[in-house]
Design a protein around this ligand. Structure first.
Ligand SMILES: Nc1ncnc2c1ncn2[C@@H]1O[C@H](COP(=O)(O)OP(=O)(O)OP(=O)(O)O)[C@@H](O)[C@H]1O
Length: 299
């Protein structure tokens, strides 16, 4: 399969209306004007506080949900959702398997349903997939027995790779995993992206420092809008250009998340308390800062 670049042009998504009757209420936006680009051989991470719209955006990028407006393009051409679904794979947050099958049987069973291959070709494909996912030593372990969360997540990723998709879209692939397992999962995704020249987009809550090195580009979401889209190493300069100096004890993404987290905190009112720009950070000391100002400076 050729390598593909995925872009979106001003995608918006409004809350589905509760009834068939017309309402005078303005539409409530879950996503507004999202434009992004994701390149082959790279990982694009969608990061944002809970409720920012990450899962909704991934659903749209996987063509499982249609945007209210805007479009998805592959190599600059608008997609046909049903053809696009054949060349993409969506990995949901929760793993779903037949628990009595072994890892190898799970891959073989799905491959026999999905692919037109001879038994020998299927067996070779499964063996190389097990190796790629570092699961060869668990090939004959039943899914119900003794697989760790990270190993189960790697099985889910393996199932999504069987038809060698050009685009791999993963909703929170590291959720519920300890930091080592989370790193292993993202490292495998990075290796899939580079060795197969695939386009990988994942959502992630709070990537560890080690995981950040595996991510090529970021899309920072807050309340359904893009706050930042670009390389991680340029985020610090972006924050600085908006008047925020990253404190020495935090990396730039942690600091940006801290700012956005405060914006999303339901206990904070209009006078959201946030660290002010260029002010030294004091632990447990919050300074008054209007949320409107933060939105304005970051966007
Ligand atoms: N079908 C829907 N109808 C109404 N509201 C919705 C619907 N889907 C999502 N929302 C709302 O849209 C917002 C974004 O939800 P979404 O699940 O995309 O966020 P998220 O960033 O993935 O959150 P989390 O990190 O907690 O999974 C939330 O406020 C959610 O309640």
């Amino acid at each position: 399969m050729e390598s593909n670049t995925l872009t979106t042009s001003s995608i918006s998504y409004t809350k589905p209306l509760p009834s068939l009757f017309p309402t005078a209420e303005p539409p409530s936006y879950i996503l507004r004007n999202i434009s992004l680009t994701s390149h082959p051989s790279q990982i694009l991470a969608i990061v944002g506080p809970s409720g920012a719209g990450k899962s909704t955006l991934l659903d749209i990028l996987a063509a499982r949900t249609s945007p209210t407006s805007g479009s998805i393009l592959v190599n600059s051409l608008p997609i046909n959702p049903s053809s696009y679904r054949k060349i993409s794979s969506y990995v949901p947050q929760h793993d779903a398997f037949f628990p009595l099958l072994t890892v190898s049987e799970t891959f073989t069973f799905s491959a026999s349903l999905l692919l037109s291959k001879t038994p020998l070709e299927t067996s070779n494909a499964v063996a190389s997939l097990l190796q790629e996912l570092n699961l060869t030593h668990l090939a004959h372990t039943r899914l119900a027995q003794g697989l760790s969360g990270g190993e189960r997540r790697r099985v889910s990723i393996g199932l999504s790779l069987l038809h060698d998709p050009g685009f791999l879209l993963l909703d929170e692939p590291t959720s519920g995993l300890d930091s080592k397992s989370a790193f292993d999962v993202v490292q495998i995704l990075k290796s899939v992206a580079t060795s197969r020249q695939r386009t990988v987009i994942l959502s992630i809550h709070q990537p560890s420092f080690k995981i950040l090195f595996l991510i090529d580009r970021l899309l920072l979401l807050s309340k359904g809008t893009v706050v930042y889209h670009g390389r991680l190493d340029l985020l610090e300069g972006f924050l600085l250009s908006k008047g925020f100096t990253v404190p020495p004890q935090l990396n730039s993404l942690e600091y940006a998340m801290e700012i956005l987290q405060n914006l999303h905190d339901p206990h904070e009112n209009a006078d959201t308390v946030l660290p002010g720009p260029q002010e030294p950070q004091k632990q447990n000391t919050k300074q008054s800062y209007r949320s409107s100002r933060i939105t304005e400076v970051l966007s």
